[in-house]
Design a protein around this ligand. Structure first.
Ligand code: ADP
Ligand code: MG
Ligand code: MG
Length: 967
């Protein structure tokens, strides 16, 4: 670190390329990365001439072809550095980097992740060659530390610490004070003249070794320790003296013999090998596996093991140990943040045995060490150019650094830190962008719980975190009830088994939507995200009785009107009321708060401004209504990628007209009903066009099967039976019967693959005609009023070029008629969705007619896998558990299969029509890793739900800077 040459080089590279736009920015980041990384991979066999002298030197101790598995760090020099996380793990690379920087790091060595993988591959043992390599490092460490394993006057004690590439806090195991035995403990006592400390260290070692290596449950040790404390009248461990600690050691050793049938191992080398293997083994403990699953960390990367000379925070009142962050990880505020304990060892701070003190108090207790710590950690932050999460120990007033890594932070803190780093001239905007994970931005748009209040209530169950945000309200079970209660001034939470399009009005007013079934792309999830409504879906533990208006979960019954709260970011559901407050950013966008009054809004705005300069992908939104479109524009969408016209059919007073259109059994009646819908659709389109300020608006013609607009067959049958029984209203009976008959006619076995999409337009051309008329009349009207409009008419579900041709003729004819009538000319496009595999396969033919493609990746995924997107929840969990699928393909695009169809269609489409416009409007358009893929295959834009637009802008910038998500 702090190598002057490296730093200056980095800065000049960036300065030189700064002035110019995106490409240069990307190059700057590449240059930066190159400057950080050695030009050639560190462990590549030295075959190039330039490296031959190095190879020769290495060959003296080992042949050049022999792979290195153990890396030393000691005395200001390390064999590794920060670029070697893959090999050394995060902890090991941090220790190496700090050592090279001259920080006081106790010496040690790192056994690589490759050794871990080899250990598993060889049936849980290491080849003798690597055992020898390790022992050579043990001897080197003895020299560096000036102490010897097992010595009775100056014993070497070490910690054995796990550390994978990605930090997995608390998931794997660490052992402290290794090297102690019955003789060495006396050596330690003699040397330090501190018997209490020596035996405290020994009992800690037996306890950790006993638990981690010998797998004796922790509470057995706790039990013995408590017994001693009790006997000595001690409240906490620091109350115990040497005698008490000695007694504890005796009891522990007895416990070990009892549990394992063997004495506690006395040979330090044997202790070391056993501990190392236990750390390797802990890579595959339940906790670690579960953690990797949640954070999508690969299982095959293995962990490194760090063996490091011990320093002691438990020698007395002049010693301490602690952890901290260079800034506040929750708010991002520039304040030193952390905790410490006097006279304690590592784990004590987090273990909660004693309550740690705020780190600011360290300034009073040990001012010199505190000042040094501040200096070191700020230096680390400047060096890594990121907030650092560090560990330290003070031994007799002397400070040692034990760990440093990038600190985990909330979305809010990420934005604050990134913008602060630029203001502090620590980073250039392009670099700062990379400090914010795109997905984390959605946390800033969601209402939030007061964290202290939220903690107080226990978790009742967990569902899929479909749409982020905090929701708390009185439970209702129907959309109508949601509206009625909201009108009365109540705040409601809509709970449904699953939602359907006709629940929209209820979803609109509810604080949040909670469903028992459905996946991340179920109706409730998609609509929830689109509306920015927090939602948790597929909470399978909810036993909902919609008739009785109750549900049970975790042994509790919740009635209509009871309070329930959930967090759409974590999926946690709790019974009870927890206060929330709306996102400041939304308040600004809604005009309720001045931008100047909201620092977080300004930072958010600045950051996304930087992203816009870097990205090459266009960002559009999926929106159906004028108000949604306005919001999308305010979020930075420049165009609508998908306007689903059928969502407009559910508006007030509309569904009856739609039903009349569907029920018509002849063209004339149908046209009459359509004529009534025309002005309504025209008004919507007018509003959407206007909200987009001339940016392109892609309007999709009707897509879902018609029966979705009619009442359920079962409900109608009940209704008919009732009317028959009373016989009071023959007219109602007749019309309900007609409705039932039509519903039965429309019934389909497989509606997703049935009479929908372009198939409707072909069988009922008058629907397409009406929709095209509404689009162009609205557009012409605006044009006459002096506004710019760019309509793009999109035909869904096309698998054959002739389907598109059929519809395009209608659209073009109507467009010509309307424009002629209005006396204006408007530029427009006609294109198609690519969402049927055959459409992708024949994209070259389709491109002859289509002026644009929009990839409908929801249907394309559904049809390529043959997974119903509404039913995947039934088996996805097991698929992921068995590692058949890593991720939900409806959430993150399957680049190998579905992605191949996209890439092929891009290529074929451009071959036929080089200027063809290409975008994506499936849910994947708002998913960061999918956005990387779309950037790579060369789409022109992605379209996401309005609330995902900021995420998409940042993800597109990351993609342009070609940084892999999660790296
Ligand atoms: P984790 O990854 O769970 O934090 P660590 O390997 O960092 O595990 O170690 C656990 C605790 O022990 C930390 O508080 C750390 O600072 C402390 N520790 C580790 N090695 C040493 C050492 N050589 N000397 C003193 N304390 C140590
Ligand atoms: Mg640690
Ligand atoms: Mg579709």
């Amino acid at each position: 670190m702090a190598k002057k040459t490296k730093k200056t080089k980095t800065h000049t590279t960036i300065k030189a390329t700064k002035k110019t736009g995106t490409v240069k920015a990307a190059r700057a980041v590449k240059a930066l990365k190159a400057a950080r990384k050695p030009a050639t991979p560190v462990r590549r066999p030295a075959s190039k001439p330039a490296r031959q002298s190095v190879a020769k030197a290495a060959a003296k101790s080992a042949p050049a072809s022999v792979k290195k598995y153990v890396y030393a760090f000691a005395g200001g020099k390390a064999e590794g550095d920060r670029t070697m996380k893959d090999i050394l793990g995060g902890k090991g690379s941090g220790l190496a980097e700090m050592t090279n920087a001259g920080l006081p790091v106790p010496p040690g060595f790192t056994i690589s992740t490759a050794a871990c993988n080899l250990w598993y591959a060889e049936g849980r043992k290491l080849p003798q060659r690597i055992e020898d390599e390790m022992m050579a490092h043990v001897h080197k460490l003895e020299q560096a530390a000036g102490a010897t394993f097992g010595s009775t006057d100056n014993p070497l004690l070490v910690s054995v610490r796990s550390g994978a590439k990605f930090s997995m806090p608390g998931m794997m195991d660490t052992i402290l004070n290794l090297g102690l035995n019955d003789a060495a403990v006396e050596g330690l006592k003699a040397r330090t003249k501190n018997g209490r400390f020596a035996y405290d260290s020994y009992r800690r070692f037996i306890q950790m070794f006993g638990n981690v290596v010998l797998e004796i449950p922790k509470d057995r040790f706790e039990h013995e320790f408590e017994a001693v404390k009790h006997a000595h009248g001690a409240r906490v461990d620091t109350d115990l003296g040497e005698g008490g600690m000695q007694e504890t050691v005796e009891r522990y050793k007895k416990l070990v013999r009892h549990e394992t049938g063997k004495a506690f191992p006395q040979d330090p080398v044997q202790q070391l090998k056993m501990s190392r293997d236990a750390v390797f083994r802990s890579w595959n403990n339940q906790r670690a596996i579960a953690y990797r699953r949640i954070y999508e960390i690969p299982d095959n990367i293995g962990t490194a093991v760090n063996v490091q000379k011990m320093v002691f925070g438990n020698t007395g009142e002049r010693s301490a140990t602690g952890v901290g962050f260079t800034r506040n990880p929750a708010t991002g505020a520039k304040e030193f943040f952390g905790e410490f304990l006097v006279n304690a060892q590592g784990e004590d701070v987090v273990a909660g045995i004693r309550t740690p003190r705020p780190i600011s108090e360290l300034a009073d207790v040990m001012p010199k060490a505190y000042k040094q710590l501040r200096a070191f950690t700020s230096r680390l932050e400047r060096h890594y150019k990121d907030i650092q999460d560090f560990e330290f120990t003070i031994e007799n007033e002397q400070l040692f650094m034990l760990q440093t890594r990038s600190g985990k932070r909330t979305g809010y803190a990420a934005v604050v830190i990134a913008t602060d780093f630029v203001a502090e001239k620590l980073l250039k905007p392009v670099e700062a962008l990379l400090l914010v994970e795109p997905g984390a931005l959605s946390q800033l748009l969601s209402p939030m719980f007061d964290p202290a209040e939220w903690k107080k209530v226990p978790v009742a169950t967990r569902g899929l975190p479909a749409s982020p945000g905090a929701a708390s309200g009185q439970v209702v079970f129907t959309a109508d009830q949601a509206v009625a209660w909201t009108d009365q001034g109540k705040t409601v939470l809509l709970v449904r088994k699953e939602t359907a399009p006709d629940d929209i009005h209820g979803m609109e007013v509810a604080q949040g939507v909670l469903t028992a079934t459905g996946g991340m792309t179920s109706h409730a999830a998609v609509v929830g995200r689109q509306m920015g409504r927090p939602s948790v879906v597929g909470a399978g533990a909810l036993q909902i009785d919609e008739k009785a208006k109750t549900f049970t979960v975790a042994g509790q019954t919740v009635k209509e009107g009871d309070y329930v709260s959930f967090d759409g970011l974590s999926g946690e559901v709790k019974i009870g009321k927890v206060p929330t407050s709306p996102s400041e950013i939304l308040q600004v966008l809604a005009g309720k708060l001045k931008p100047e009054a909201s620092p977080i809004y300004q930072r958010f705005h600045t950051l996304l401004g930087w992203a816009d300069k870097v990205r090459t992908l266009g960002i559009r939104a999926n929106a159906d209504q004028p108000d949604q479109s306005e919001l999308a524009y305010a979020f930075g969408a420049r165009g609508i990628g998908l306007c689903r016209t059928e969502h407009m059919f559910f508006g007030e007073g509309r569904i009856e007209k739609v039903q009349r259109m569907i029920l018509a059994d002849n063209e004339q009646d149908r046209r009459a009903a359509l004529a009534e819908l025309l002005p309504l659709q025209r008004a919507d389109f007018y509003g959407v066009f206007k909200a987009m300020h001339g940016e392109p608006v892609t309007i999709r013609t009707i897509d879902p099967p018609l029966h979705e607009f009619l009442p359920k067959r079962e409900d109608l049958m009940v209704e008919v039976a009732k009317l028959e029984a009373t016989g009071a209203d023959p007219a109602a009976l007749a019309s309900t019967r007609t409705l039932l008959r039509r519903v039965e006619q429309l019934h389909e076995f497989n509606p997703m693959l049935g009479h929908r999409g372009v198939r409707l337009g072909i069988t009922y051309p008058e629907i397409t005609e009406m929709q095209a008329r509404a689009i162009f009349e609205a557009a012409c009207q605006l044009a006459k009023e002096g506004f710019k409009v760019t309509p793009e008419v999109m035909i869904p579900l096309v698998g054959h070029v002739k389907e598109l041709r059929d519809q395009k003729i209608i659209v073009n004819r109507v467009a010509a008629e309307v424009m002629k009538q209005a006396g204006v000319k408007i530029k427009y496009l006609v294109g198609t969705m690519i969402e049927v595999p055959r459409g992708a396969l024949t994209a070259d033919e389709i491109a002859a007619e289509a002026e644009f493609f929009s990839f409908g990746t929801n249907d394309l995924t559904q049809m390529t896998f043959g997974f119903s997107r509404d039913d995947i929840g039934k088996f996805l969990g097991i698929y992921q558990e068995r590692k058949i699928l890593d991720r939900d393909p409806f959430q993150s695009i399957d680049t190998v299969g579905v992605g191949q169809l996209v890439a092929m269609a891009v290529e074929k489409g451009r071959k036929t029509r080089p200027g063809i416009k290409l975008g994506v409007c499936g849910e994947h358009g708002g998913d960061p890793s999918s956005i990387h893929f779309f950037h790579k295959v060369g789409l022109n834009y992605v379209s996401a739900s309005p609330y995902r637009v900021p995420v998409a802008r940042l993800a597109a910038a990351h993609a342009a800077l070609s940084v892999k998500v999660g790296d």
